[in-house]
Design a protein around this ligand. Structure first.
Ligand code: FE2
Length: 345
């Protein structure tokens, strides 16, 4: 009995050492855990993860890193402690699928919580929240309160548009959606038209679009809706940028605002697969959806959940019903066209 205890203890120590080697304080031996890799801000999900532990007794180990997590899971191979990878943008989710680090998940709970356009038909990724590709417009210089994405190519905006690189995930996804809607020739013409309207070479991020509008460099530009909330709670400088702009939720000319996703995959070698699925089901529960849509000014992926008040002030979102997996399939072609027209040059 005594020696039994001792040998068990050394096994435990061995496991702890192995866990330490894998890094990031991921204990390999706790009975009910789920290991989450994420490149989202740690604060974003912490309340939800705490609630999950309270509700289920499953401990969450979160490893945060700004980049390289999918590659890290790939490199860790069959020994990877990762159960779930949480990231933003369909591009990153698709990249995880393409790296072969995901496994298909069938869950009635996830199918019920997440509308079909926002999960992979083969169950390899699931959206947790939505973000709209919005237009920021100068309050004092732009009269109209609605616009289509196609309109951004109208010569009436000549010298008036600012944007970040079109090779950035957010604009790539928008261009891919345009390809699905209108095909290659019209998308190329659209890109040329928008480029011809630029006030300056594409640069910076979405926040810089608001900054440039506030500075009078341009009148309108593309930006995700949540940056408005983040800037409104940011530095005094950023608050001034927000005050100068209004947010328009554009639609394609046949309706629908382009949305992208934040989402999650279950890792191919997830040591705690069932807990991983439970976590994703929890994160798409009504309570969790309410909380983190509010924290990051995103749209809940689950229908019928109220959005943050500031986000609600942008008007009702009518998301394009295009399956996000269609967007994923057209990203490479979109990137090629953006290059072809020299959009970022
Ligand atoms: Fe972002």
């Amino acid at each position: 009995m005594h020696s039994n205890t001792r040998s068990r203890r050394s096994t435990i120590l061995g496991l702890l050492a192995a866990g330490a080697l894998l890094g990031a304080a991921m204990p390999a031996l706790a009975q009910s855990v789920v290991n989450v890799y994420t490149n989202r801000e740690p604060g974003l999900y912490s309340a939800t993860l705490d609630e999950f532990t309270k509700a289920t007794g499953i401990k969450v180990n979160a490893l945060f890193s700004e980049q390289g997590l999918a590659e890290r899971i790939k490199a860790e191979g069959a020994n990877s402690p990762a159960d779930v990878l949480i990231t933003v943008d369909i591009g990153r989710l698709q990249e995880a699928v393409d790296l072969g680090i995901t496994q298909p998940i069938r869950s009635e709970g996830l199918a019920a919580n997440i509308p079909a356009p926002y999960r992979d038909p083969d169950g390899r990724w699931f959206a947790l929240s939505l973000r709209a590709r919005a237009v920021y417009a100068a309050k004092d210089r732009v009269q109209q309160d609605d616009i289509t994405y196609e309109d951004l190519a109208d010569p009436k905006w000549k010298g008036k548009i600012c944007t970040r690189s079109f090779q950035h995930q957010y604009n790539l996804a928008l261009t891919a959606a345009m390809l699905v809607k209108h095909g290659e020739a019209e998308t190329e013409a659209w890109l040329r038209g928008v480029k011809a309207n630029l006030a300056k070479k594409p640069s910076g991020g979405d926040r810089d679009v608001a900054k440039d509008i506030a500075a009078g460099v341009c009148d309108i530009g593309l930006g995700n809706q949540y940056y408005i909330g983040l800037m409104a709670n940011g530095s005094p400088e950023q608050k001034k940028w927000v005050e100068a702009v209004k947010v328009i939720l554009p639609t394609f000319r046949n309706g629908g605002t382009h949305v992208n996703v934040s989402g999650a995959v279950v890792a191919q070698h997830a040591p705690n697969r069932d807990n991983a699925v439970k976590l994703l089901e929890f994160m798409t529960s009504s309570d969790a959806q309410r909380v983190f849509a509010d924290v990051n000014y995103e749209y809940p992926v689950r229908p019928g959940i109220p959005v943050n008040q500031l986000v609600a002030s942008f008007g009702p979102l009518n998301p394009d019903p295009m399956p996000v997996s269609d967007v994923a399939r057209h990203r490479a072609k979109a990137s090629e066209l953006i290059d072809k027209v020299g959009f970022d040059r």
